[in-house]
Design a protein around this ligand. Structure first.
Ligand SMILES: Cc1ncc(C[n+]2csc(CCOP(=O)(O)OP(=O)(O)O)c2C)c(N)n1
Ligand SMILES: [Mg+2]
Length: 379
């Protein structure tokens, strides 16, 4: 009994957590030392060649991200959600996929698209406001970047389910934000994936915020990986700034899904260093002390320390990687400073599969206006 006479539960004795490890699983600590024992969760460090490849991908991705943020400040893009600081999650997860697998990304995940081989100009077309989606989704097996939160999770489950019915051994991996785990669509995606045992890997990027809403106001779950337990799928709570751990865990999840073992939830604990988008002022809801704390846990620096201590990252290799990153930044600047030649009438394409009278009328109206304007300009 509590002091006011009501029955109360003894909260201390209730289990606050179930399966996933309380401390995030990691293979490299923040100082770049290989970790052993329980916190590895039984996973082993990928070989040095793989780690060097992950390092190169992260360095190139960050240079791209920084360049695009700068171009956005110059007004070359309408908006850009940066993934600065989240490279461990983004690159570790995407590198675990085969070319036949599908990726279902969000607005946050442009660097994952880059790692998948999509050209900067194609990735950024929609952020510039030029076109709905600038890349061939089928060629890259990468769906459009979803802005309506968590809708992409359902699409990933649907595609994976269809693949399974067709005995097509492919996997669908989708990114979900910490805030998006509160969406009904996430619940439906998790549940259908588990019930149907679809080959889906859910990578929750817990970057601590949904715009200004911190994780503590999002959920009372001990970890977001704990949510997996209630759906009957494995959940892993991973240090998202340890690309080696993210890669090892997502690779295992992808292999398990491909072998018919069903879905897995992987939570990567990370931090968004930049603002939510260029229209957000993060100083209104988080301290610079907190940002500095996370900057000291940088995913690229951590792997770099390890590779240098192993003698694997030589000065000439580092110079090669920097050159590749600078070349990509230059190509990105070049493509984004060329004004796109747009046909306003394309606005009416791909809206309905069959023409609609009202739309045809509006199209004819605009066509006449454009013709008139062209005639006036010619006078
Ligand atoms: C269904 C839906 N509701 C609201 C929004 C507006 N919105 C855009 S981003 C965002 C925060 C999402 O946070 P999180 O899922 O943690 O992803 P992050 O931006 O941190 O990558 C919100 C609420 C939206 N895009 N879609
Ligand atoms: Mg978030």
């Amino acid at each position: 009994m509590s002091h006011d006479g009501h029955m109360s539960l003894n909260v201390e004795h209730l289990p606050t957590r179930t399966l996933p490890a309380e401390k995030p699983l990691r293979l490299l600590d923040n100082a770049g030392h290989a970790v052993s024992g329980e916190s590895t969760g039984g996973f082993s460090l990928p070989d040095v060649e793989t780690l060097l490849d992950l390092y190169r991908k992260m360095v190139v991705a960050r240079r791209f991200d920084v360049q695009v943020t700068a171009l956005t400040k110059q007004g070359r893009l309408a908006t850009y959600p940066s993934a600065f600081g989240q490279e461990g999650c983004e690159i570790g997860a995407v590198a675990s996929l085969d070319a036949v697998d599908w990726l279902f990304p969000t607005y946050r995940d442009s660097i994952a698209l880059l790692t998948r081989g999509i050209a900067p100009g194609e990735i950024l077309q929609s952020f510039r406001g030029d076109w709905h989606n600038g890349y061939d989704q089928h060629a890259y097996r990468t769906a459009a970047q979803a802005t309506p939160l968590a809708t992409q999770a359902l699409h990933a489950v649907g595609l994976a389910h269809a693949a399974r019915l067709r005995h097509d051994p492919i996997v669908a991996l989708t990114f979900i934000g910490d805030g998006a785990t509160s969406e009904g669509d996430t619940h439906e995606a998790f549940n259908f994936a588990a019930v149907w045992q679809t080959p889906t890997v859910f990578v929750v990027q817990n970057n601590q915020y949904a715009i200004s809403v911190p994780l503590a106001r999002q959920t009372r779950a001990a970890t977001l990986a704990d949510k997996a337990v209630g759906y009957g799928m494995p959940g892993f709570h991973v240090d998202g700034n340890d690309v080696a751990a993210m890669y090892a865990v997502t690779t295992a999840a992808v292999e398990r899904a491909r072998a018919g073992g069903g879905p897995t939830l992987v939570e990567g604990v990370t931090y968004r260093i930049e603002s939510h988008t260029n229209s957000d002022d993060p100083t209104r809801y988080r301290s610079s002390r907190e940002v500095e704390h996370w900057k000291r846990r940088d995913p690229i620096e951590r792997l770099e320390k390890y590779l240098v201590s192993e003698g694997a990252l030589t000065e000439s290799l580092r110079a090669d990687i920097t050159d590749a990153a600078e070349d990509l930044a230059a190509a990105t600047r070049e493509v984004m400073t060329v004004e796109a030649e747009l046909d306003p009438l394309e606005l009416f394409d791909h809206v309905y599969s069959r023409p609609r009278a009202a739309l045809a009328e509006q199209r004819a109206f605009l066509e006449a206006e454009l013709a008139e304007a062209a005639q006036e300009a010619g006078r």
